[in-house]
Ligand binder design. Sequence first.
Ligand SMILES: Cc1cc2nc3c(=O)[nH]c(=O)nc-3n(C[C@H](O)[C@H](O)[C@H](O)COP(=O)(O)OP(=O)(O)OC[C@H]3O[C@@H](n4cnc5c(N)ncnc54)[C@H](O)[C@@H]3O)c2cc1C
Length: 377
Amino acid sequence: MDFSITPEQEQLYASMKRLAAEVVAPGAAQRDKDGRWDPDVWKQLAAAGVAGMPIPEDLGGSGGSIIDCCLVNEALAEGGHDGGLGLSLGAHWVIGSVPIWLHGTPELQQRWLPGLCDGSLIGAWASTEPEAGSDAGAIRTTAVREGDDFVLNGTKIFITNGPIADVCTVLAKTEKGPSAFVVDTTTPGFVVGRELDKMGCRSSPTAEIHLQDCRVPATSMLSVEGEALWRVAFECFSWERTVMMAATIGGMRATIDGTIRYAKERQQFGKPIAHFQAVAHKLAEMEINYQVCRNAVYKAAWLKQTGKDHMLEASVAKAITGKLVVENALEAIQIHGGYGYLRDFPAERALRDAKLTSIGGGTTEIQKMIISRLLLA
Ligand SMILES: Cc1cc2nc3c(=O)[nH]c(=O)nc-3n(C[C@H](O)[C@H](O)[C@H](O)COP(=O)(O)OP(=O)(O)OC[C@H]3O[C@@H](n4cnc5c(N)ncnc54)[C@H](O)[C@@H]3O)c2cc1C
């Protein structure tokens, strides 16, 4: 098995990490404190071709492979220390743009992809509802056919990029079942509701969306009417479980490196705390966890990229990363002692950002359900 990446991919990683260190890292702590999305950071990343990474070049994108997307997301997280940026970028890519690329008509692709790829537009995805989270099939939002249009009514919650999105793919039930509609967010009846005050990833804006007699053309439907769940949504989830997990991996690397630096500098009992075996072993455990997660994520991404069955591996990657990223963040705080408990140090923010990994895009319990079903089939 070949785990090497090409020299171009190594270069891509290094340049993205550098870019994030220059552009993303400086204001990350303040954006977290304020719960603020910064459009200037986005513009600078977009200027470097980041916004359209997964989309083919002939549709306006950068034509990155799945592994390229993982590397970019990982590098930006490692260099930028901003979990919210990883969340918003990941959502823009894998649930905001990819469904339009893979399932949109040429007209939908032409209308939306160039702007999504150059970063002048931002994408979102709205399936979750107050009463339908893990059970995505239980959505109540309706899409009723009226002539050449569908009229959407319902409420969505937890929508990443909701307050800033220009286009949002909305899951709604027609008489044939769950269907996906690409909605221009300036359409009358597409109402951005309350912005949600989150524990972590606070630089990524999240909102409720209300669909109030929101009329969209029937031509804005993706894929097959009534089959959006398994044709579109489940496919998005496998992108989430690979490409979005890579951002978590980059964050884990940054946390380990920051903690190693601290353990070497902090002196107690006349020597650096890194010299105490209890501390050194914690660092070793953190590295073991990181390697396990990184291997799992890239194995799933490689299977997906090569067109092989990857459902089990993607769920394994998400479940293990969701658990170990929190474990690592807790150990980072422990090694920082009282300072780790303060908001002044990045370890505290890393813990708050880390917790989302086991919830968003399918909880750990749902990953275990998928894994056990595949094992018992
Ligand atoms: C910051 C953030 C960003 C998000 N972004 C988006 C987005 O952009 N678009 C979007 O559509 N959604 C988004 N989500 C929604 C996210 O995907 C859901 O929160 C997630 O799928 C869980 O749904 P829920 O919160 O309703 O929890 P529930 O489904 O109510 O689950 C509650 C608990 O019950 C457990 N549980 C539920 N069913 C089972 C079962 N069958 N077996 C065992 N345990 C079970 C869960 O694992 C969990 O622990 C986001 C969420 C967050 C927090």
